[in-house]
Design a protein around this ligand. Sequence first.
Ligand code: HEC
Ligand code: HEC
Length: 337
Amino acid sequence: MNKAIPYIKFNSLLFLLISLSLLGCRGMKSEKTPIHPNLNMDQQDRKEAQEINNFFDDKRSMRMPVAGTVARGLSRLDKNYYEGVEISGDWVAKIPIDLTKSIIYRGKDRYEIYCTPCHGNAGDGQGIIMTGRYGYVPAPTFHQDRLREAPDGEIYSAIYNGVRSMPSYRHQVPVEDRWAIVAYIRALQASQNAKRDDLIAAGVDVEKLENEFEAEQKMIAEARAKKEANQVEIIATVERGMEISTMYACQTCHSSDGTAIIGPSWKNLYGSEGVVTTEDGEIINVIKEDEYLIESIVNPYAKIVDGYDPLMANAYGALSQNDLQSLVEYIKSLSDN
Ligand code: HEC
Ligand code: HEC
């Protein structure tokens, strides 16, 4: 009996040691610094990003580069590649990198992350912002002659510098991805502007697609007519006009105080006379009343106001008659006469 005691003691001690060592391996984290016999340069005084540093007057630990210096690899002297412009200041005509299939797929990937919320998957400007809930300026479709003919550098610049009411994406999208996106936009443009014969040659059942498209358009038109029939005579109001104008951020481009922003001001617009260029290139005089104003909203490219570029997106065609008339009422309310 007496003899057995040390034996049991030894056994349980061994058991305790094994279980402790196993417990120590269960991925538990410790707050304590690991034992590190040879320090080398692994531990040293340094500052975290954004940490206060009392050594400098401005108390920043993140220092600005010394004036006039450029970090290695950041010289970016190649304006073609980094800014999309030639030394002469003209846009770069063609993407300055060798294109491969994988670059275009990279462009698709990046495009679908950064650009689709506004420009839509097909580049038609029908991104999620077009639900009207976000109060954002509609993005233009890429499938218009002006942007099909624009030099590659100009498309690049939209990403690098932003353009008018579109912010720059240069910090989200590094330079090689910007060119990849430009390449993908070109692919989108080609895809949406393919000739009927080319499609048939590629084995696409064009007639079937056309029938489907027509059926879809018919359904949309019917649904709209039904909706409008059910709208028991809501009267167009200035308030509703203001609401629509805010929902679609018209004010980003149209002021109500007489200043021209991207588009003409709405102040004293109603009833005024002005020069416009029609789609056929004819220069005519118009009186800006209901019919003209509604046409300008539904089909902005029909008549371009003298002195302005065709920068208003063709994106408001789905507004109801009542909403359009309300916009007119609102614009009318900004006229003194
Ligand atoms: C938050 C919405 C939004 C996002 C995201 C966005 N854009 Fe835009 N984009 C716009 C708007 C709005 C305009 C029209 C600006 C104007 O005319 O004031 C525009 C215009 C453009 C134009 C036409 C420039 C011109 O000369 O008319 C190009 C090209 C373009 N965007 C490319 C891109 C690319 C590429 C991306 C993704 C990296 C992108 N956009 C992301 C809103 C957006
Ligand atoms: C990206 C900027 C932009 C946005 C957003 C915009 N427009 Fe425009 N709009 C323009 C430009 C530029 C013109 C002049 C060129 C033209 O005739 O298309 C114009 C012209 C007009 C005209 C004709 C003005 C005239 O002097 O004859 C009307 C009316 C108009 N816009 C209404 C609207 C309404 C309503 C909205 C919002 C639902 C809107 N616009 C959103 C840029 C914009």
